[in-house]
Design a binder for this molecule. Structure first.
Ligand SMILES: O=C[C@H](O)[C@H](O)[C@H](O)COP(=O)(O)O
Length: 228
């Protein structure tokens, strides 16, 4: 296993220790969240009693394979704890997410969660967000219009493609991956993006994180931030 994978697994296993019996647990999406789902599956098979809510169809399939009991989001007013990955994070708890295209569900689940634990390997830590392009989920017919508007915000976007076809989210929307350079004021940018017609959601997660657990070599570093 590579060092990066080891760091992901270490962070994931450390996060799973925060789960207690009878909790509703949000399950993130991506290669780091994968390790958390595997560990939760193991604990459930050993008798842990929780219900989980997945952040994507992919995670839903994984959780079902692991025998993790699932609950519908419509049945919930709050989620106790969510464990999810990130594409970039700062020690202050600012994130870029959506590299896997699940940002909309992830943001909904994060906003419902009393505690959000982000798990990552050490390559994800940055001083300033923006090296990773910001994923923006858009209504397909509004793509061209949104790309033009983003240019006015100094954002250079490309429509996400996978294996030669346009990537579609679980909701049937498209993703624009947008380069804003290093982002001096993520809150101001998030406000601009929130105001763009045709944008469904964006990958700037600025006030949801409670704690970040980052694998580094053989250890796990913890960064805490209070949810506003
Ligand atoms: O849409 C995907 C999610 O935001 C992921 O949590 C994020 O892309 C990190 O994924 P990974 O753990 O595979 O780097």
């Amino acid at each position: 296993m590579s060092t990066q994978s080891q760091e992901k697994e270490l962070a994931a296993k450390a996060a799973v220790q925060f789960i207690t019996n009878h909790q509703i647990v949000g399950l993130g999406t991506g290669s780091t969240a994968y390790y958390a789902i595997m560990e939760i599956g193991r604990l459930v098979r050993n008798g842990m009693n929780i219900k989980a809510i997945p952040t994507s169809k992919h995670t839903q399939r994984l959780a079902m394979e692991q025998g993790i009991p699932l609950v519908e989001i419509a049945a919930l007013s709050a989620i106790d704890l969510t464990i999810d990955g990130a594409d970039e994070f700062t020690a202050e708890g600012l994130l870029i997410k959506g590299g896997g295209g699940a940002l909309l569900h992830e943001k909904i689940i994060a906003s419902l969660s009393k505690t959000n634990i982000i798990i990552a390997d050490s390559s994800k830590r940055v001083d300033k967000l923006g090296q990773f392009r910001v994923p923006i989920e858009v209504i397909p017919m509004a793509c061209g219009m949104v790309l033009n508007k983003l240019r006015a915000l100094a954002g250079r976007g490309t429509l996400r493609q996978t294996n030669g076809t346009t990537f579609c989210t679980d909701e049937g929307n498209y993703i624009l991956d947008v380069d804003f350079g290093l982002i001096d004021d993520p809150c101001a940018l998030a406000q601009e993006l929130d105001g763009l017609v045709g944008v469904v959601e964006h990958g700037l997660f600025l006030n949801t994180t409670t704690t970040i657990l980052m694998g580094q070599g053989d250890s796990v570093l913890r960064f805490d931030r209070q949810k506003k």
